[in-house]
Design a protein around this ligand. Sequence first.
Ligand code: SF4
Length: 172
Amino acid sequence: MENTVLNIAGFNKNSITDGPGFRFVIFAQGCIHNCKGCHNPETHSFGTGTDYTAAQIIAMIKKNPMIKGVTLSGGDPFCQPKQFAALAAELKRQGYEICAFTGYLFEKLIEDKADDKYTLLQNVDILIDGPFIEAEKSMELKFKGSANQRTIDVPKSLEAGKAVISDSPRWI
Ligand code: SF4
């Protein structure tokens, strides 16, 4: 894990808008989805961010004891699935709650259990899935941009074999 290298667009080291509580947000560089109206178009190209090892990122997170959760955003972390899976697994092992944003649908991520995307999913607690759809944009939604996106309880969903929407008032 320690030598895993991730290509990163940026960090928000103390966010209160990307999930409940004080969270450390990691913005992946690279996204294939090309949603119209995307707020982070500079994160779409691949390999143009800054390389960090997983160990470097974890050290940054651990500097702030107020941080209890980590949000993987982008870009799309599922476009560097092997690298983010290694990072998320270690962070989960250390007790952090992991949230991930993705332009993929949950159903796509569970299609192939041998795919690194599935491994990453297994190390996520809350998944906010689906592309940003400008026509469904709303400022009223908690932590997400458009009404089509779902806030999914990943452990319950993997057990059920289908997407289960979180019933946690922290997230919904
Ligand atoms: S998935 Fe996210 S980063 Fe990628 S194009 Fe859509 S809104 Fe932008």
